[in-house]
Design a protein around this ligand. Structure first.
Ligand SMILES: Nc1ncnc2c1ncn2[C@@H]1O[C@H](COP(=O)(O)OP(=O)(O)OP(=O)(O)O)[C@@H](O)[C@H]1O
Ligand SMILES: [Mg+2]
Length: 229
């Protein structure tokens, strides 16, 4: 059986007395869109930071794409794309320059960068506005650009932390469809095309908070899409 793309064993992260993540174990196979649901403060963002090696676990371990998060974080980040809570776009640059810079960081050749910019911005309906300074874009447009950046270098795995946060319902549905079709077009995750994550899990609710229902409308929280390349 192939190794899961994400393998988490008894992972915990404490900040002083705050148990941000407490004994999480799960496996995510390749080729799916995986939704990771939970209420505010449940530890979703902390989990993504741990999986990217941006935080050290207090206990437990995790492997991503076969790499250990403690010792091989650079390799994980080289093969992953991430949209974290703060998009971190360069607002005074154009959309195409933002993506081009990102591609340069990943040492993509100029022709590949240009082709990828056109492909993603066209698909996300942003191509006509590619030369605008990003600061002049709407929040939803910026978020789409951040998604495009996360996908830009053809990563094997993409982490998206609340990619539709702040969107209106139509824009959220549209972005989910965009993501599903981008994954499907890459030849992966046929189940993603059906919308909400084919598999999902919930973090335990902190005491006194209600659990969110797991349903077809709730795929905007932190998610990870694993591809087979
Ligand atoms: N750097 C930090 N220092 C101290 N506490 C932190 C830190 N990062 C996260 N926490 C705490 O860890 C807990 C989990 O936070 P986290 O951001 O992972 O939750 P989340 O599930 O992503 O929530 P949300 O849905 O609001 O984004 C919270 O109680 C938070 O206050
Ligand atoms: Mg969060």
């Amino acid at each position: 059986m192939p190794e899961p793309i994400i393998h988490i064993e008894h992972l915990s992260r404490f900040f002083g007395t705050v148990k941000a993540l407490d004994d999480l174990s799960l496996e995510v196979p390749a080729g799916i869109v995986f939704g990771f649901l939970g209420p505010n403060g449940a530890g979703k963002t902390t989990t993504i930071h741990l999986l990217l090696g941006l935080l050290e676990p207090t206990e437990g371990q995790a492997r991503v794409l076969g790499f250990d998060t403690r010792t091989q974080a650079e390799a994980i980040r080289a093969h992953s794309g991430a949209l974290l809570e703060f998009a971190g776009l360069y607002e005074r640059m154009s959309a195409q320059d933002n993506l081009d810079l990102y591609g340069r960081i990943y040492q993509m050749p100029a022709s590949a960068r240009q082709a990828r910019i056109k492909e993603l911005l066209t698909h996300l309906d942003l191509w006509e506005r590619r030369r605008d300074q990003v600061s002049t874009w709407s929040r939803g447009m910026k978020q789409k650009l951040a998604v495009a950046r996360a996908l830009f270098h053809h990563p094997s795995l993409v982490f998206l932390d609340e990619p539709t946060a702040g969107f209106d319902p139509i824009a959220a549905a549209s972005l989910r469809n965009d993501l599903a079709s981008l994954v499907a077009r890459a030849g992966h995750a046929p189940r993603a095309a059906r919308g909400c994550p084919c598999r999902s899990t919930q973090q335990p609710s902190p005491p006194g908070t209600a659990r969110r229902e797991q349903d077809g409308s709730a795929c905007e929280p932190a998610g990870a899409c694993g591809c087979r390349n």
